[in-house]
Write a protein that binds this ligand. Sequence first.
Ligand SMILES: Nc1nc2c(ncn2[C@@H]2O[C@H](COP(=O)(O)OP(=O)(O)OP(=O)(O)O)[C@@H](O)[C@H]2O)c(=O)[nH]1
Ligand SMILES: [Mg+2]
Length: 306
Amino acid sequence: MLIYTCRESGLTRRLFSTLRHNTPTPRQTPPPSPNKRNLEDLTPSDLCYYWDTKAPNAGQLAFADKLFIPSRHSPIKLWSASKFRTTPLSSIEPEVAFLGRSNVGKSSLLNAIMGQEICWTSSKPGRTREMNAFGIGGTKGGESKIVLLDMPGYGKASRSEWGMEIMKYLQGRKQLRRAFILIDSEHGIKQKDADILKLFRRYAIPHQIILSKIDKVLAKKKKQTKTGVSDVSIQRLRGMLQDLKPVIQPDPYVSEGPGALGEILTCSADVEVSPGRALGVDAIRWSILSAAGIDGSLEESRLAGS
Ligand SMILES: Nc1nc2c(ncn2[C@@H]2O[C@H](COP(=O)(O)OP(=O)(O)OP(=O)(O)O)[C@@H](O)[C@H]2O)c(=O)[nH]1
Ligand SMILES: [Mg+2]
């Protein structure tokens, strides 16, 4: 009993002394770092890389955002197809397709672009198993202005016939204006991506690169981006974009065909800049409209003439 009491009192003493040393001083909120920038203040020129094209201005971004505002007639699911020969051929609306390795974030990005959870997403690769077409900008009784295609991913957990079916589709589809190829910013270009890029050049299919999940480059943890991002991480992103340029636009003397568009976009479908607006999505919307030839210039010239 005596031994027990002595031990207990020794333990208690040690515990109190540890507590005394570890008692936290009242927490003070660190002053905001002068080098951090709010997500809302980042422009497409900060996040993307435009060398053959011009970064969209505020008016163009607003025009694109307006066309994607969800309504009763937009977005709408138009069709799903697992085989090229089952895709409807009669449609005339301009189409853009979203491709990339499984799990790169295609369906999540499309949900962010369309402002609605209309595509299935999953943390497991191989979720999207068919081509899914969505119409945007439709009105009552009117056709959609543009069609977005969510494609099954290639690579891990993809179907073995992926390459054949999708390349057949991309080559044969007259309505296709551009294919957006997503590259995971955390993993960079993998062999499978390089193979696909080569095929796009060989068949001269117009394509553009989007770097996805850039929250992983901008911060260690996604929630840290809420307090803004540092200049250092923006510079890191810029470095990645510059390194990608010669890979996606190889030397014409060694390349089999035309490279990607000289404009790399970035996004983080999981990070909101403001309620309902994901990081980088406005610039992607503008590029979709540019690819489809809907750039608002008609509206602008009409306004100027009136
Ligand atoms: N950190 C982070 N995770 C993301 C982002 N976008 C998507 N994800 C996550 O990545 C996983 C895959 O997303 P999906 O959109 O289903 O990817 P997918 O490319 O359509 O995948 P498949 O249909 O399987 O080819 C999900 O767990 C998403 O939550 C992002 O911007 N940042
Ligand atoms: Mg998917």
